[in-house]
Design a protein around this ligand. Sequence first.
Ligand code: DP6
Length: 325
Amino acid sequence: MKSVKVKAHANIALIKYWGKKDEKLFLPFNSSLSLTLDAFYTITDVKVIDGKSDVFYLDGKIQDEEETSKISKFIDRFRKLSNKDFCVRIDSKNHFPTAAGLASSASGFAALAGALNEIYETRLDKKHLSIMARKGSGSATRSLFGGFVEWKKGHDDLSSFAEKFDDANWDIGMIIVILNDKKKKVLSRAGMKQTVETCPFYPAWVEDAKKDLEDIKVAIKEQDLDKVGEIAEYSAMKMHATMMATRPSIIYMQPKSLEVINMVKELRHQGLSCYVTMDAGPNVKIITSSRFKDEIIDKLKNIIDKDKIIYSKVGTDLEILERVI
Ligand code: DP6
């Protein structure tokens, strides 16, 4: 029986993607750049089945019709491209330490796209696979690659894709501080739509993101942790400012998030290289290196449970773990 097993890592944007120009095709208003994380990944098993509809298991639980039909629409793209109409059973498992509350859609859709490419024998290269993953979830387009990854916004379906910018073969990593592992109230998809539609600062966000991207690329090539961190923190705070200035306002930060942010600023004053980034939720990610991580984690333990603090090194490319075709 045909089956494939694929692994893809999560990624955290340093220059954020926030807002779609084309909601159907998932074309973003601005290009973004991320760091792939080693400690967080999805493993997806796909098997050919006899039935007339796809079957979808997520973390061991069979998914309802609504969730399965979303995934089936994604699989339809591969069926169409390959001219093969068989159905599949999908078993997707998120290997995130504790219930991390981090978006698993990026690694999830990247792993699924990678697996479907094998099972339907569509033979898409990484660029075209990234185009496919994008149409599952925007941030998934970046999870096909390890290291630092750039998603070039493009202007149409075929020109909007991700590629590796740099291997990140130096000492950089992230401390993930989990403050909430519940499903978020305003999902990023709805949140970014509301921002595009109602935030008066949104055009400034798009314009400014261009410079941030250029600057961070220089900083990455110089392997300058402080510059990379400073620009990433700036991008994240600007994104949150646009969210807050919508109608009604979207506030993802919680009191604990602010406590962590202030602690990071204080540690920076004391000479430690550490910077924050945040996504569509209260969790805080601290950009730092193995040199500073233990001292930062020790301080964090005064205000956060130690099992909610995870250090991650840089993750690698999408990997085909097994292939029986
Ligand atoms: C804040 O990729 O989850 O994490 O494209 O609608 O699926 P959809 O949204 P998603 O948005 C991610 C937003 C972000 C920033 C980022 O990852 O760049």
